[in-house]
Every structure is written in C-alpha cells, then in structure tokens.
Ligand binder design. Structure first.
Ligand code: SF4
Length: 222
C-alpha cells in the first residue's frame, strides 16, 4: 500500500466543507482580529530535522538524514537567553537528542532559563540515555509524545515496533524517577483527525492504560 492510500484510509469518512480551510489572513479579517506581538515568554528552539523515526504524518519531514542546528546558532540562542533571563525554553526537533551539541546547549542555557521543556519521541532516548543524568541535574521537564494506546494505530504511523519500544523507554524513565520524582508529561498528538476514543477523560484513559503496562515498576516505587 502506498503512502497516499494509507493517508486516505486514515482520514476516510470525514468530510470537510469547502469553506473550512480559508487562508489564515482571510480568517483573521473575517473575525476582525489583528495579531500583535506581546512580551516574549517562551523561547522555542528546534534543534534540527534529524530524527531516528520517519513517521508518515511528520509535518517537518524529519528523518535520519535531516539537518541539525549548528553549534554557532545554539551559542547565539544562549546569548539571547542571557540578555533575557527568566524565559521558558522549549526544546524540540526532529529528535533533539540527536543533535550532538545538545548537552552543551542544555548546560549553557540552563542558568538563564526559568524552565526547560524537552520534547522527546521516547525512542530517540534509546540512543542518548546518557542525557538522563543531565536532565535530572538541571531539572529538565520531559514532554514525551505518545500518540495512542493501541499498538496497531501507533505502529501504522510511526513504524512497526515503535509502540513496544516507546513503552520500554517509558518503563525505564519510570525506573529513573520520571513521572513521579522528576517531571514527565505525556503529550497526545493524534495520528488521525480525532483523539483517542475514551469513555472517561483522556487523562484517565491513559492513566489506566499505563498503570497496566507499568504496574510492576509502579509497585516497586510505592
Ligand atoms: S518522531 Fe516526531 S519528529 Fe520524528 S519523524 Fe516522527 S513526527 Fe517527525
């Protein structure tokens, strides 16, 4: 099955009105809204398009051959943080773990930042487990994307075997204290045009699912 057919399959049954996707500027005009710049509070840094995964739905076209942000650009960003102390720094990619300058960047920007968020697809941490100690030392808040609680849905978009590997990393993070001693947020970025279908809240659905998978680790913690 080709990519186009797979996308069609995932989106089938959903009809869009032809007026729903107006250009952004036109929408603003219709709503009589103007965008104005406020005080900068968050510095989002994309460390590059390199990723260990090659997801079908990736809006950045990230993948193993993706380019990375160079060290001199990262140094310039640290200078910006120095001149504006107290910003929230939100680090993303690609898989930011795969930028070889990432540890220096974290160490350098940390003293000037109010908080540091670090977005991970989980499996990239398999290759950079050495970062875990640094995350703890400087209080990095991990945001892990975990798109769905059904293996077939996740593997369809992220590649066969991803689901089990991501869960394994989540277990290892739990054992290291993330999610109970150190901050770890799970982020659901839908693989389809709808979120996970659940009877209760999304949070309860994920919590019940993860308790089942992480039970042995959680028992040893409590
Ligand atoms: S894990 Fe994220 S950044 Fe990497 S290819 Fe998939 S969607 Fe793109």
């Amino acid at each position: 099955m080709g990519d186009a057919e797979r996308i069609e399959e995932a989106c089938c049954g959903i009809q869009f009105g032809k007026d729903e996707f107006k250009p952004f500027e036109e929408k603003l005009r219709i709503l009589n809204k103007a965008l104005t710049k406020g005080k900068i509070e968050v510095l989002q840094v994309n460390l590059g398009y390199r990723c260990n995964e090659n997801c079908l739905h990736c809006h950045l076209n990230a993948g193993p051959d993706g380019t990375i942000m160079q060290e001199e650009v990262m140094e310039a960003i640290v200078e910006v943080a120095k001149r504006n102390p107290g910003l929230v720094v939100d680090i993303t990619g690609g898989a930011p773990e795969l930028n070889p300058f990432v540890s220096n960047f974290l160490e350098d920007i940390s003293p000037f930042s109010k908080e540091i968020f670090f977005r991970t697809n989980l499996t990239a941490l398999e290759k950079r487990w050495d970062l875990i100690g640094l995350f703890k030392t400087i209080g990095v808040k991990l945001i892990a994307s975990f798109p769905h609680i059904r293996e077939e849905k996740v593997d369809f978009f992220r590649g066969k075997g991803f689901f089990k590997r991501a869960l394994r990393v989540l277990k290892d993070l739990t054992a290291e204290g993330f999610g109970w001693k150190y901050p770890l947020y799970l982020m659901v970025n839908p693989t389809e045009l709808a979120l996970v279908k659940s009877k209760g809240s999304l949070k309860e659905t994920f919590r019940d699912f993860l308790i089942t998978y992480l039970w042995e680790d959680l028992k040893s913690i409590s």
